[in-house]
Design a binder for this molecule. Structure first.
Ligand code: ADP
Ligand code: MG
Length: 451
């Protein structure tokens, strides 16, 4: 039961937070991948959505409940309940799960009503992805198929996909638009296999006009799901139906994805969302702050504090948003003005994490994982080419991405001499100049490590 499951969250969120935010949650429904919780106030729901939703969801999933998202309802007298938006917007919102008639039988994921083009802030790092998404959302003749969006976590892939879906549904309600995560795709497929309804599954997925699959890297290594995805993909492309895919990296960089799928994914338009820059972060903060000013009447936040946040929190947009939410919630709770001091106080943990320096060990782990070698081998004495090369890559990245000296790096590589490290670094520099595969690897690893 939820009562037992939630106990497991104590360790994740800490006893205090658990008592304040988790214990009062009443699980009132679990259906179609949506866990519906009853909460005492809309502020409460908002706070939990922002700060604990991922923990709760992951925890439910590991406990065997296939939950994709959480929703919160304010419990009221007389059994009447009011829905809480995680973050209300000024514009009237359609109920999150309302669908056009054409989609009643589609097994998609609910769309987040907040993820629209209006609420998407465009800057240099995402302007191409945004333009491509806009174009597809116009719903004209299919020009690029698929549209493949990729980029690090929290850079707006899901936001853009939902925005496309909203726009298409508005412009052409008769279109059958199906949005779901790759994880859900797999889940549905396995369910169909189990229930011997694969034919239904196939005909359903082949009957849509627009298919959107989010986080496609998830199906890498999952053989039968990949196979089915490939056939679905081809069937739709043959019918000239629009496909939109997202992933955390470029098609060619997804390991354990069949080559024929990679090449299929590459044959449309591939655009990436770059890490945010200062201007974009500030723009996003300004937009969200505007919204919060309306929500928490009387509370204001100065441009100075926003600039401070845009400077200091560079990890991803989700963290940035979380910081702002917490700031407003905290200030309103304690009835204080939002000052720089308050921000530093209230966000100490986030600021610390954001400042965090990359360690050599993290680099080694990531490189070992990327090349599929053991961490102990990467550091150890083996001279096999298949290990020595990744080792040099790790040395190179350690030199490039940390402030450590060569002797220090040598010590972390099983006590190697600084000249060995220097040799490794040079070797990689040389090779990368001509070996484009290696150059790509380096670029990917840097992105994965720096977020
Ligand atoms: P991804 O799917 O790439 O991991 P999301 O689309 O879930 O990232 O975005 C994470 C959060 O950041 C969302 O709340 C989203 O609304 C917000 N966000 C990301 N980019 C932007 C942007 N350019 N403008 C406004 N909000 C953004
Ligand atoms: Mg996403």
């Amino acid at each position: 039961t939820w009562g037992q499951i939630r106990e497991g969250l104590i360790n994740r969120v800490g006893r205090n937070n658990y008592t304040t935010w988790i214990e009062p949650l009443k699980l009132s429904q679990l259906r179609n991948g949506v866990a519906l919780f009853e909460v005492p106030t809309s502020f409460f729901g908002d706070w939990v959505q922002r700060n604990y939703a991922d923990h709760i969801r992951n925890h439910l999933v590991t406990s065997g409940a296939p939950v994709e998202r959480l929703e919160f309802l304010v419990g009221a007298e007389n059994g009447a309940v009011r829905s809480v938006a995680a973050k209300p917007t000024a514009a009237p919102r359609a109920p999150v799960r309302a669908r056009a008639a054409a989609e009643d039988d589609l097994p998609g994921a609910p769309l987040d009503a907040r993820f629209t083009f209006d609420s998407f802030v465009v800057g240099k790092p995402n302007e191409l992805a945004h333009a491509a998404a806009r174009r597809v959302a116009e719903g004209g003749p299919v020009t690029f198929n698929p549209l493949f969006l990729y980029g690090g976590v929290g850079l707006g892939k899901t936001h853009l996909m939902h925005a496309i879906a909203h726009e298409l549904r508005e412009r052409q309600p008769e279109l059958r638009v199906l949005y779901l995560s790759a994880e859900q795709f797999m889940y549905r497929f396995i369910q169909a296999l189990r229930d011997k309804q694969v034919m239904d599954f196939k005909s359903l997925f082949r009957s849509v006009d627009v298919l959107m699959v989010d986080d496609v890297q998830f199906i890498a290594g999952k053989d039968s799901t990949q196979e089915e995805f490939f056939h679905t993909f081809n069937a739709l492309v043959d019918q000239n139906k629009q496909i939109i895919i997202s992933a955390d990296r470029a098609p060619g960089e997804i390991r354990d994805l069949e080559d024929r799928i990679k090449s299929r994914l590459q044959c449309g338009l591939v655009v990436d969302l770059h890490p945010t820059d200062y201007e974009l972060r500030l723009g996003i903060l300004q937009q969200k702050a505007e919204f919060y000013r309306g929500q928490y009447r009387g509370l204001t936040i100065s441009q100075g504090v926003l600039e401070f946040l845009a400077h200091r929190i560079t990890t991803n947009v989700r963290v940035l948003e979380g910081a702002l939410t917490r700031l407003f919630a905290f200030a309103s709770l304690v009835g204080r003005e939002i000052t720089l001091d308050l921000a530093q106080d209230c966000l100490a943990d986030i600021l610390r994490a954001s400042d965090r320096k990359l360690t050599i060990e993290e680099i080694q782990r990531k490189v070992a994982e990327h090349y599929n070698v053991r961490l102990s081998d990467l550091i150890g004495p083996k001279r096999l080419r298949t290990i020595a090369r990744p080792r040099q890559v790790a040395m190179y990245l350690a030199k490039q991405l940390t402030a450590r000296s060569l002797p220090e790096i040598g010590r972390r590589f099983g006590g190697r001499d600084h000249t060995t490290i220097m040799h490794g670094v040079r070797k990689i520099e040389e090779l990368a100049a001509t070996d484009s595969q290696l150059a790509d690897d380096l670029q990917l690893l840097k992105r994965l490590l720096q977020g």
